[in-house]
Ligand binder design. Sequence first.
Ligand code: SF4
Ligand code: MSK
Length: 661
Amino acid sequence: MAEAMEKKNRNELDIAQVTTCRSTQQMLRKAAEDGVETAFHRAADMKACPIGADAACCKHCGMGPCRLSSKEPYSKTGVCGATIDTIASRNFARMVASGSASHIDHGMSMLEVFRGVLTGEIKDYQIKDEQKLLDVAASVGIETGGREIHEIAEDLYDELEKTYTQVQGEIPFVKRVPARTLEKWRELKIVPRGAMREVMEIMHRTHMGVDQDYENMVKQCCRTALADGWGGSMVATEISDILFGTPSPLVAEVDMGCLKERHINIVIHGHEPNMFESIIASANDPGLLNKVRAAGAEGINLLGMCCSGTEVMSRHGVPHAGNFMSTEAILITGAVDAMAVDVQCAMQSLSSLSKCYGTYFFTTNPRARIEGAEHIEIDEYEPRICTDRIVCRAIERFKNRRVKVVIPQNKSMGVQGFSQEYIGYMLGGTFRASYVPLNDNIINGRIRGVAAAVGCNNPRVRQDHVHVEVVKELIKNDVLVLQTGCSQIALAKAGLMKPDAAVLAGDGLKEVCEAVGMPPVLGLGSCVDNSRILMACAEMVKTGGLGQSIADLPVAACAPEWMSEKAIAIGQYVVASGIYTVFGATFPSIKGTRFHTFLFEELEKQGLGKWGFTTDPYEMAHLMIQHINKKRVALGIMGERERKLFDMSDRRAVESGEAAG
Ligand code: SF4
Ligand code: MSK
């Protein structure tokens, strides 16, 4: 391989230990033959900095950087006197700020596209889901009766813009928050005003010599993260649904076996769905398809990766080739003619690795250029100029493929495309969406509770292993699992998105899945679509019987293999919304410090959720199950579950002829 990277002197990678993804394993074996490296190799060669892992260092001013001891009695301070709690909370707050800003900026981009559609300057997209538009408008108090769609849409734009720009008051979507939860936020003074203001304030507070009280800092972390979950992310989801359609279940394929040797393979990796929507149009353009045929290809094969892939798979059934830790591995197949990225989670190494395999690698967003990549900037007003060009370049690469193509033959089918609305229709009937059956099944104990399993891969964790095992353990214990992001793809590859995966569920959950024909694991889309999980929780509260606030629900969340600051922001808004949230991989604070105790114990005493941590998938599942049980006891429905289980085993005994005579 002419441009192969120089082979470094490094320990042999134990491939089976770093990933359970069979396609990625196969490509890592090929990487060894080809002499190329991946993040798995770099993680093995470079141990994580222990001081940084504990969030015990500060470089917020020129008197430092200051490194504190992560050992008790934690009495060492920075040059300015900052304690370990101040330093760790400031570091945490900056992660929340960066993660929230990423979703918020994404949401703002989607809102700009919406504005362009309304003014008529953008012609490539239209309002596709008018019912969703009406529902969203009504949810923020906009009059919809007897009015023109366009007029309502303009009011909605004006209202949602406040999510970002408002300097006082409350962001619009707090109108969707259950009353008791919102009351608690008001009491704690953590209701977001406007997302830009909250991110700005966190950056101010974390400057040297400003907020040096970890409890006060955590309040601003809650307020900023809530501006993400119930603000930026929720706007991104709702506007994407309005413009591109609200997902409803469809069958889709995942894994690298979706690559096709005789097709032009184009991989889209990133987070904003508009570029993906545009390239779908380019890939179906008759003129471009003539060029495809002239190049001797059988067609264009579009594939998604990471979050925009999950989103577009949910809406249109576009195959998904793999999650975050497979984004390098797929290039090693040699089958990718073009990879185009927009924003977030695109490793810089993709640029050099794509050169090794002759793949054309493109950046498209002005915020996110990568050295060595060809930049074809997307113009939101004329997106086809960018995406047609990418297709043309991919055709060129197909004609000039020089490398050997090796496609892993692994592929899984599953049902994707659930939304909070569809969960209502699925359980409550097509004419009138309702969460009553879900709540009833939780109350009668067939379903113990609901868990969200979300988040990234991390090369310091065996890829997909924790995601898959924690979810299997949860469903075995009758916990219905909602999924997004890279976690969703891990479970899809493992085959758990099929209705027949219900055989792995406990008797109660299995009974519900079989009655409805649904899988025990429901995929809701990308990371910003975690807002769908918040809305599902709000619906459960509104429906009744499970308490007055989100904190009362028998619900828990986890991000078993997280790596991005966005995951910390998500975790923080899920906790602030009232949900126990367990992270795996690592956690940026030191157990035993006051800041850590505040996150892991005190927030719950204030009426919010709390953080948890473990790297063991079974312990993670059981921490969540214990929490769900605790909530069931508080709701007075634990007895229902015990009676139900007794009845079920009695019934089995009768059926198998073992009943006491
Ligand atoms: Fe050190 Fe304080 Fe400066 Fe941080 S802000 S680098 S702890 S002196
Ligand atoms: S893409 S944020 S690695 S889930 Fe959303 Fe995956 Fe995490 Fe990126």
